[in-house]
Design a protein around this ligand. Structure first.
Ligand SMILES: Nc1ncnc2c1ncn2[C@@H]1O[C@H](COP(=O)(O)OP(=O)(O)OP(=O)(O)O)[C@@H](O)[C@H]1O
Ligand SMILES: [Mg+2]
Length: 330
């Protein structure tokens, strides 16, 4: 156990008056925000339960940052109601700020300070901050803790952003693309950190362009496109309900032509000598294929069965707007 773990205790389960159903951490209804007549958020409804980790996905310009910054109280909605931790972010003032933690998509630092100084400064804004040293080790900034911020690399700056977001031990954490620029091991470390914060009962709303990150971290994924929610559910629900085909693939056996294979799947595609069959009845088709191969004494090389990934589902959902703009994801 790290020292940080030993001193962090789970917050009390939040529950409604009289110990009834828990009060949702976030309730958004009919949210709208336009810039110069162009809708960035176009009628968005979202409820987040206390303790939930939600990943907001969507192409560039989908309205994720606008939504998150409205929930943080940094932007004013044109229409709709917003409640975060039972408060209105616009009017919650300091009492509200003390209960949330924020990692902005783009933040500026006072370059002449060190990470330790900035973290200590931010800790002062909160009633029950985490210990500064714990925060430095939680985000992996030990080696740069006393260096000037201007000497930090991009990924190290992002770690500092994350440190400032969690130093107040907030009930609700907003992370706007928290791991952009992280190397693979820093990303894993950030995931562990989010997992630990979740275990301690924090509610977390994060945005990301990394589908594996959403799949790993989120209890629920919400896909937005052009300011509206186009799909939501657990990663399993989204990949299961999308109606996308499973792919069976294997190496074409020697002395066998593609036409000799049993009739399986919806379509068969050859990539070199690799056979790829798209199917919606994988169990039956794998059975047919295996019986065919075993009956001929053939061992199928490189046989795999691939379910559609969250990335496949996501790309299918946002196909139209990405076709128009050729948006890059991940
Ligand atoms: N301050 C602003 N002034 C004018 N237009 C804005 C402003 N902020 C955002 N927009 C526009 O609103 C839309 C939504 O932007 P937003 O930053 O919320 O998208 P996003 O989903 O966070 O995208 P990204 O994945 O690139 O971060 C975009 O079309 C953007 O150009
Ligand atoms: Mg954004």
């Amino acid at each position: 156990m790290t020292p940080a773990e030993t001193r962090l205790t789970p917050r009390n389960q939040q529950s409604g008056p009289g110990g009834g159903d828990p009060i949702p951490a976030v309730v958004v209804e009919g949210l709208r925000k336009s810039y110069g007549g162009v809708a960035a958020v176009d009628g968005l409804d979202l409820t987040i339960q206390a303790g939930e980790v939600i990943a907001l996905l969507g192409p560039n310009g989908a309205g994720k940052t606008t939504t998150v910054e409205i929930l943080e109280g940094y932007r004013k909605p044109d229409a709709g109601t917003v409640s975060v931790l039972g408060m209105n972010p616009q009017t919650g003032g300091r009492a509200f700020r003390e209960r949330i933690g924020v990692v902005l998509q783009e933040a500026g630092f006072e370059e002449q300070f060190s990470p330790r100084e900035l973290i200590r400064l931010h800790a002062g804004y909160y009633p029950h901050p985490r210990a500064v040293d714990d925060v430095i080790s939680l985000v992996g900034l030990e080696e740069k803790a006393d260096a000037r911020v201007r000497t930090l690399s991009g990924g190290q700056r992002r770690r500092l952003d994350l440190a400032l977001g969690i130093v107040g031990d907030p009930e609700m954490l907003f992370l706007d693309e928290p791991t952009t620029g992280f190397d693979p091991s820093a990303r894993r470390k950030a995931w562990d950190l989010v997992d630990r914060l979740r275990d301690l009962g924090a509610t977390i709303l994060l945005t990301t362009h990394y589908l594996d990150e959403a799949e790993h971290l989120a209890d629920r994924v919400v896909v937005v496109d052009q300011g509206r929610i186009v799909a939501q559910g657990t990663p399993e629900q989204l990949t299961g309900s999308a109606g996308l085909a499973t792919v069976i693939s294997f190496r074409l056996p020697e002395n066998v032509a593609a036409g000799d294979l049993p009739a399986i799947g919806e379509d068969l595609h050859m990539a070199g000598t690799l056979v790829q069959v798209r199917t919606r009845s994988a169990t039956t088709d794998v059975n047919t294929l295996a019986a065919w191969a075993v009956g001929r004494g053939i061992e199928l090389e490189s046989l795999t069965l691939a379910r559609p990934s969250l990335e496949d589902v996501y790309l299918d959902l946002v196909k139209e707007s990405t076709d128009e703009e050729d948006v890059q994801v991940g």
